[in-house]
Design a protein around this ligand. Structure first.
Ligand SMILES: *Cc1c(COP(=O)(O)O)cnc(C)c1O
Length: 372
């Protein structure tokens, strides 16, 4: 089946008890045992499993074309479960332009004897020079955050498999609608469902999806159940509701982002636009092969540095000045100040999440703000 159909139907069924078309929310933390001690419906305690969480996990696994999914209380908790599957002495190679929260999390694991390297994965030679016999995880984010670097999923996966390590792709920005990492050789897909999958800026969640039910995924599942960083039944329900419109939303957002990127690219006050849909983007040809559309995120640099960037962000009316992404409302942020003092992000850079407004209105808003 096509992804639109999976998004609407997977993990859902008419409720057998009531005929309800929309699934009920099962808030109960505990489930009854039969007189013989068995749990005939398969549930016993919500940290271990819950009907709403199971529905969401089924849907996310189907969307990515994977075998199983484990959902978490945030994207970061999902990433953490992957790092917790490692042992002291293991080594992680991650892309240099990685979500700053994931970078920080990896650095925290050095206390547990995990070592790491951050490398520009757009260069295969640089990447291969960081691989060691201790390397267990290779962490890709493409498009990356916030510079929208495009990493070749197939070539990085092939090189990683030569040393027997596991390839993880944070697919939050592309979503399974635009990019299918498993089809390029990736082993695990991670999502912040907080973003496009939930899609309405009202839930925090994460997921790890596995191509196979292998040892590493079993460890992740064990961390989920025993560690307990699980999403609540209501958040699972809201996320599964959001998923139904994901294919339509991300396509509309990508089409609008393309128009906004072209507008910015031709504006004299903008020095640089980072959007893989632009032919001038260095990753454009790889993005064209591994993505269906180029997504709803754009970064750009304003002439005149931080002050001019801050001024532009102050003068927009329709965009909301806020972090995060993937909701119906367009957002703009000065990324370096969100990332903090060790950020390497240029001070003149603004990052935008293009929402579901009409692109003409977004362009008009940027136009008036740039004239001020
Ligand atoms: C937001 C985000 C995360 C972290 O997700 P949280 O739900 O905020 O913990 C990880 N990766 C990317 C690319 C993100 O945008």
């Amino acid at each position: 089946m096509k992804i639109e159909t999976i998004a609407v139907h997977s993990g859902r069924a008419v409720d057998a008890a009531t005929g309800a078309v929309t699934p009920p929310i099962h808030l109960s933390t505990t489930f009854e045992r039969e007189a013989n001690g068995e749990y005939p419906k398969g549930y016993n305690y919500t940290r271990s499993s819950n009907p709403n969480r199971e529905s969401l996990e089924k849907c996310l696994a189907d969307l990515e074309g994977g075998m199983s999914a484990a959902t978490f209380s945030s994207g970061s908790a999902a990433s953490m479960s992957i790092f917790q599957s490692l042992s002291p002495g293991d080594h992680i190679v991650a892309c240099d332009d990685i979500y700053h929260g994931t970078r920080h999390l990896i650095q925290l694991f050095s206390t547990w004897g995990i070592t790491f390297s951050f490398v520009d994965m757009t260069n295969l030679k640089f990447f291969q020079s960081e691989l060691r016999k201790e390397t267990k995880i290779v962490w890709i984010e493409t498009p990356s955050n916030p510079l929208l670097k495009i990493i070749d999923l197939k070539r990085i996966s092939e090189a990683t498999h030569q040393i027997g390590a596991t390839v993880v792709c944070d697919n939050t920005w592309a979503t399974p609608v635009l990019q299918s990492p498993f089809s390029f050789g990736v082993d695990l897909v991670m999502h912040a469902t907080t973003k496009y999958i939930g899609g309405h800026s009202d839930i925090l969640g994460g997921a790890v999806i596995s191509k196979k039910d292998d040892v590493i995924f079993q460890k992740i599942r064990e961390m989920q159940k025993s560690g307990g960083a699980v999403p609540s039944p209501f958040e699972c329900w809201l996320t599964l509701r959001g998923v139904q419109t994901l294919p339509l939303r991300i396509r509309a957002q990508s089409e609008s982002a393309m128009q906004v990127a072209e507008f910015l690219n031709s504006h004299p006050k903008i020095s640089k636009v980072y959007y893989p849909g632009l032919k001038t983007h260095p990753g454009h040809s790889i993005a064209s092969e591994q993505m269906k559309l180029f997504g709803g995120m754009i970064s750009f640099e304003v002439n005149g540095g931080k002050d001019e960037a801050m001024k532009l962000a102050a003068n927009v009316n329709l965009f909301t000045r806020a972090t995060s992404l993937g909701g119906p409302e367009s957002l703009i942020e000065h990324r370096a100040s969100v990332e903090g003092p060790d950020s390497k992000t240029p001070q003149s850079l603004l990052r935008m999440s293009i929402g579901l407004e009409h692109p003409d209105d977004l362009i008009d808003d940027l136009k008036q703000a740039l004239e001020k």
